[in-house]
Design a protein around this ligand. Structure first.
Ligand SMILES: Nc1ncnc2c1ncn2[C@@H]1O[C@H](COP(=O)(O)OP(=O)(O)O)[C@@H](O)[C@H]1O
Ligand SMILES: [Mg+2]
Length: 244
């Protein structure tokens, strides 16, 4: 039965889809059967990031409207054996029919070890529906006060929604991050969000550019190593956190 992990942030553009893709492939390399389920309807981009842009025929919208079976819409990612993607609906106007998303996720749990749900920015009905069936919330922030405040809001909502396991991922940390009065160090970010830290991801321009072009990220890149360790921590392994 899959562990379902909701990836959220509040603020857009902080790297949720990047985290979903990189973490998904790291988990699959560690022999987990992984489904990435993209719920950002109209702003689909996991297909592009995973080299599948021209292969989407059916999407989450078709599945939720009963136009096709989930298996028809789920694509196998070329980057890694065991990594699947259910792409979001293409239309911004798509409204998820009540109850259908949580039912779908519950039904898919038997076929995977981990389901990663890439949520839209903000906290709407989709966030609520996904929260109902998630075991863990992964809150992504960047070292920026607005993003951290939004992340704190996300963490509060996860607690209110009854999600017992929450983790914080700090993304896009510049090599020479200049702390500010409001965010003097990583501890300040952890205290504001109030969740256990699972990883710190540096700015990795090569990783970002490769994903934006649907190319595989080189296995020896910095980003890959960081996500391999985050995947191990998610699987309950002890891997020391390097923050420097
Ligand atoms: N660690 C990182 N290093 C470099 N670029 C990144 C990193 N994380 C995200 N990006 C880039 O930031 C932009 C927004 O990321 P994305 O994953 O689409 O955010 P979101 O899903 O939260 O809107 C993309 O261009 C992506 O390539
Ligand atoms: Mg996204």
């Amino acid at each position: 039965m899959a562990k379902t992990i909701l990836i959220t942030s509040g603020k857009g553009g902080v790297g949720k889809s990047t985290v979903c893709t990189m973490l998904g492939s790291a988990l699959a390399r560690q022999h987990c059967r992984v489904l990435m389920l993209e719920t950002d309807c109209g702003l689909r981009n996991l297909d592009l990031m995973n080299g599948l842009e021209n292969q989407v025929v059916y999407d989450l919208g078709d599945v939720l409207l009963g136009r096709c079976e989930p298996a028809k819409a789920i694509l196998k990612c070329p980057s890694c054996e065991g990594l699947d993607l259910l792409p979001a609906a293409g239309s911004t106007r798509f409204q998820i029919p009540a109850g259908t998303l949580s039912r779908l996720i519950s039904g898919l749990r038997d076929f995977y070890d981990i389901i990663l749900i890439d949520c839209p920015a903000g906290f709407d009905d989709i966030f609520d529906a996904v929260m109902d069936v998630s075991d863990m919330g992964l809150v992504v922030v960047t070292p920026n006060l607005i993003s951290v405040k939004d992340g704190a809001k996300a963490a509060d909502l996860l607690v209110q929604g009854g999600i017992k396991e929450g983790r914080l991922l700090i993304n896009m940390v510049p090599r020479r991050w200049k702390p500010t009065e409001a965010l003097p160090d990583f501890d300040a970010i952890i205290d504001m969000v109030g969740l256990q830290l699972i990883g710190v991801v540096p700015v990795d321009m090569e990783m970002g550019e490769n994903l934006n072009r649907g190319r595989q990220v080189g296995l020896y890149s910095e980003g890959v190593e960081v996500f391999d360790n985050i995947a191990r921590r998610l699987r309950g392994k002890w891997v020391p956190l390097r923050i420097d």
